[in-house]
Each structure stands twice: as structure tokens, then as C-alpha cells.
Design a binder for this molecule. Structure first.
Ligand SMILES: [Mg+2]
Length: 115
């Protein structure tokens, strides 16, 4: 996790944010340790592209809900690994809130085309 230290806030304790008691988190930590962070970032990119492919199939009326569901699950798993690697769950949550507030404002203003 050395490469990710530059993203850490002062006083940050990674272990406090990865919920090591949860079985899924421990599996993902073990996977990152075994394969390395670069390999898992590549897998994250691959899984996102697989979901993109399934969504474009859906838009061409060739969608399969089981395939879409599988790829959504893969992307969620990889997002969890990115959370662990970058140790930025709080920042992501802050950005999520900020973007949802902005979206709510745009809904109110009648403009939902931008995220
Ligand atoms: Mg996949």
C-alpha cells in the first residue's frame, strides 16, 4: 500500500476504515495482498468495461439481466477494493453527498443533464 500513502490525510489509519472484521473486506484485503495493487486496478478497469459492454447490449435490445447483474456485482466488488487501496472511503462519501446535493438542486432547477 506504499504507493497510496500520498493520498492519506494526516493522522489517517487505514485499518480503521477497512472494517477488517467483515468477511468480505478480509477476502478483498487478502486478494489485494496476493495479486498486488496494480493488478487489482487493472481488474477494476476490466470489470468496468465489462459492465459498459453489457449496458451497450441492453441499449441495442440484446440485454441479459443476469449478465448485467453479474457485471454490476463485479464492479461493486472492485469499487470496494479501490476503497481499501486508496483508503479514501470518507472522501468518496463526501464527494457522493456533494454530487447528490448538486443533483437535488438541479432537479429543483429543472436541469438534470449534468453530474
Ligand atoms: Mg466481470
Amino acid at each position: 500500500m506504499e504507493k497510496f500513502k500520498k493520498y492519506e490525510l494526516q493522522g489517517f489509519r487505514r485499518q480503521a476504515f477497512v472494517e477488517p472484521a467483515k468477511w468480505d473486506t478480509q477476502i478483498l484485503i487478502d486478494t489485494i495482498k496476493k495479486n498486488g495493487t496494480d493488478a487489482q486496478i487493472i481488474v477494476a478497469i476490466e470489470e468496468m468495461s465489462e459492465l459498459i459492454k453489457e449496458l451497450t447490449k441492453h441499449l441495442r435490445n440484446k440485454g441479459d439481466i443476469d449478465h448485467i447483474s453479474e457485471e454490476m456485482a463485479d464492479v461493486k466488488i472492485m469499487m470496494h477494493q479501490l476503497d481499501i487501496m486508496f483508503g479514501n472511503r470518507i472522501r468518496v462519501s463526501q464527494w457522493r453527498d456533494k454530487k447528490l446535493e448538486r443533483l437535488e438542486q438541479r432537479l429543483h432547477d429543472g436541469d438534470t443533464t449534468k453530474y
